[in-house]
Ligand binder design. Structure first.
Ligand code: FES
Ligand SMILES: [Fe+2]
Length: 449
């Protein structure tokens, strides 16, 4: 696909459309189980979840079940989570073991996947080969503090798969971030409906109108091969020039000291993400620390400098990232197929959506916040199930997003839906996703409008 000098994908900057089949067809969902999921690198867990030798996590996707284990201080392995005897799923959830023990007929495996016990092995008369008995390996690697797996033995290396986004995000040192909270739920929609809701900000006016009083949410978006990213831009400048891209916005209102503080307070209270306590507190002090009439750029600089100082005092050193690089990265990216990362200097808001079996109308959705903490002060977290309508647990902004899920799914199933009309400027993240998905699936996906 031709890319222009500024990284724009020319094909996707033209209006395109795509149909509903990938979202509503059970045959398509099953075909994803053959053509998509076994061929892509997927993040299975965070490295922190398997910190000690013997810690394991299971990752299930469609019909496949994968077991990720720390098999040595510097070694992580992944296997199909399937007993070699008669195929029982070996373990469930996560935990800590010295070896794996099948609860059906008590066969056992060590942390490297070798079989170490077959009950009454002599009954096979010496015909059991160790290669046939071991847990079958899955490709595994780490980047950004995540453990990634790929079921395709001939896959490209993880780093190559993630580029150019890995290089773009490396300066954020996401491997130094830890979970602050993590929650999950089911949605009555296709997994793609769910992830697409979190890779564009074009929906802010319709879904989160209360946020418009603080700032503009006009976005640029760019395709990056398989992946994509997007950020905010000042609407009145010409689209897609570096100068028009912004990361920190002073916000609406006459007094940037006040608008920044109010927006930070509201975001922290109603999203519980995309900022930190340090940054919120530094914003709250702006009106005391700066005289009225301080220009917006200066207010922003002062705010960030004081937050950076406060964090340094408690042992959280901000990564050094130039304002230009920050603006280029934007505020979120999509890693194909099902990870969305909201980008921050000391935090990230991440989303993952997975199919729930072959049902195209249901998915498993997970959201979590990562943050940099002083060493030794990382919170202990677990996955918490939270109903999608639970405002206490999800806070109000995500519940607003969640209310779209089943309604989009229902609308797309109607014979009245003529195909999607993604915004050619702000939703290239979505159209690029559909285009790449179609390539994996070997079908025509996105066509010119
Ligand atoms: S299925 Fe695991 S020991 Fe029989
Ligand atoms: Fe949203």
């Amino acid at each position: 696909m031709p890319q222009s000098a500024d990284g724009l994908d020319e094909a996707l900057s033209q209006p395109v459309t795509y149909g509903a089949e990938p979202f509503v067809s059970e045959a398509y969902a099953r075909a994803e189980g053959d053509k998509l999921w076994p061929k892509v690198w997927q993040h299975a867990c965070r490295v922190e979840e398997i910190a000690e030798v013997g810690d394991y996590v299971t990752y299930d996707i469609m019909d496949d079940t994968i077991l990720i284990v720390r098999s040595g201080p510097e070694e992580i392995r992944a296997f199909y989570n399937v007993c070699a005897h008669r195929g029982r799923r070996l373990v469930d959830g996560c935990g800590h073991v010295t070896h794996f023990h099948c609860r059906y007929h008590a066969w056992q495996y060590d942390l490297t996947g070798e079989n170490i016990r077959v009950l009454d092995k002599e009954d096979w008369g010496g015909r059991l080969q160790s290669e046939r008995l071991r847990l079958q390996p899955v490709r595994v690697d780490t980047w950004g503090g995540w453990v990634w797996v790929n079921m395709d033995p001939d896959c490209v290396p993880l780093r190559q798969y993630l580029e150019p986004l890995a290089g773009m995000l490396d300066p954020f040192e996401m491997d130094k971030m830890r979970y602050r909270w993590r929650q999950w739920c089911y949605f009555d929609c296709n997994w793609k409906v769910a992830i697409e809701a979190f890779i564009e900000a074009y929906h802010v006016e319709g879904t989160h109108p209360q946020l418009l009083k603080y700032a503009e949410f006009y976005t640029w978006s760019e395709a990056d091969g398989l992946h994509s990213h997007k950020g905010f831009e000042e609407r009145n400048r010409s689209l897609q020039t570096q100068e028009s891209k912004t990361y920190f916005r002073a916000g609406r209102g006459d007094d940037p000291r006040v608008s920044i503080a109010r927006m930070q307070e509201e975001i922290y209270r109603t999203v519980n993400a995309t900022t930190t306590e340090t940054i919120v507190n530094a914003a709250a002090r702006l009106a005391e620390e700066l005289p009225q009439g301080t220009p917006a750029g200066e207010v922003t600089r002062h705010w960030l400098e004081s937050a950076r100082r406060d964090d340094a005092a408690r042992g959280v050193i901000w990564p050094s990232i130039s304002p230009a690089h920050l603006a280029k990265c934007g505020n979120s990216c999509h890693i194909f197929p099902n990870l969305s990362i909201g980008i921050g200097l000391t935090f990230a808001l991440c989303y993952r959506a997975r199919p729930h079996g072959p049902d195209p109308n249901r998915c498993i959705f997970e959201a979590y916040v990562l943050e940099r903490f002083p060493s030794g002060q990382e919170p202990k977290t677990e996955w918490v199930y939270a109903e999608p309508t639970d405002v206490e647990k999800w806070r109000s902004v995500l519940v607003q997003d969640f209310a779209n899920m089943s309604e989009v799914q229902r609308g797309m199933r109607s014979r009245g839906f003529q195909g999607a009309l993604p915004n050619p400027k702000q939703e290239r993240t979505v159209s690029n996703f559909q285009r790449n998905l179609a390539k994996y699936m070997g079908v025509a996906g996105v066509s010119p409008l």
